[in-house]
Design a protein around this ligand. Structure first.
Ligand code: ADP
Ligand code: MG
Length: 265
């Protein structure tokens, strides 16, 4: 279980995220939604304990302060996919994915059977097995995104934080990744994914945490959080919504000029 208590991150004196509290349990697929600049990536970094030494408040992993947990132990228990999809090194795809197993390996030991299996499984699940031997730094944007997601999945951590895991993917791969994240949650992992895709959020998530201007403005099931009024107030768009085959669908339809910059009710 991962918990944030009153976490504030500042740029200078100005808070980027302001007294944010949340909880992520194992077994749930939670989405972190909000407009550009709302503070989602900053919050995810704080939750992952990456580059936020200046954060105020507490992040607890299974009840222990994240910044006091041994980094190798943390790396096995908490996988993190950053928003930036740069792959700087001229490594093959399989080698990049295998970096996800690094926290499990003993110094100088060759990869174990479990390491190899985790890498192959993550590549199959993200549809990159066919490009396993290609150099990763020359791949397309969407391919790189799937390689880096596979690296995070290969950790097989009980908690996964993924920053925009479907951004830049084609529709088929977006659906495949959402199904994969849901399957991970059903298998017992706690998954927190930043999403911009309202249709996927409405359909796949167990819970939505909605951010606006550095604060959480709603936290609950998609049907309760993603209501037209709130979508208008936070995103400045008017959605269409309905039910198909027992599943909720939601589509951003029109810019709501009057509400885009209005304060939340
Ligand atoms: P999101 O992921 O929701 O789009 P971010 O968390 O990346 O937003 O950023 C939130 C806001 O904080 C943005 O306006 C961004 O410019 C600002 N910001 C983030 N990091 C810094 C930083 N290190 N210094 C100054 N401003 C920052
Ligand atoms: Mg972001």
């Amino acid at each position: 279980m991962l918990e944030a208590r009153e976490v504030t991150v500042r740029a200078g004196t100005c808070p980027i995220i302001d007294r944010v509290s949340l909880r992520l349990d194992q077994g749930e697929l939670v989405g972190l939604l909000g407009p550009n600049g709302a503070g989602k990536s900053t919050l995810l970094r704080a939750l992952a304990g990456v580059g936020t030494a200046t954060a105020e408040g507490e992040v607890l992993l299974d009840g222990h302060r994240l910044d006091r947990i041994d980094p190798w132990d943390k790396a096995r228990r908490l996988a993190y996919l950053p928003q930036d999809r740069t792959i700087a090194w001229a490594l093959h795809v399989r080698e990049v994915v295998a970096l996800g197993r690094y926290p499990h390996r003993r110094a100088l030991a060759p990869p174990s059977t479990a390491d190899k299996a985790a890498v192959e499984t993550a590549m199959v699940q993200t549809g990159i097995a066919a490009i396993a031997t290609r150099p990763a730094h020359v791949l397309s944007g969407g391919e790189k995104a799937r390689v880096l997601l596979a690296r995070a999945l290969a950790v097989e951590a009980p908690l996964l934080l993924a920053d925009e895991p479907v951004a830049g993917l084609d529709p088929r791969h977006q659906l495949a990744v959402m199904e994969l994240l849901r399957a991970r949650a059903r298998a017992g992992a706690g998954v927190l994914a930043v999403l911009q895709e309202l249709p996927l959020a409405a359909r796949f998530l167990d819970r939505v945490i909605l951010m606006h201007r550095g604060q959480i403005v709603a936290d609950g099931p998609p049907v309760d959080v993603l209501v037209p009024d709130r979508i208008g107030a936070v995103f400045g768009v008017r959605p269409l919504a309905g039910v198909h085959g027992g599943e909720a669908w939601l589509l951003p339809w029109k810019i709501d000029e009057k509400r885009a910059e209005s304060p939340l009710a």
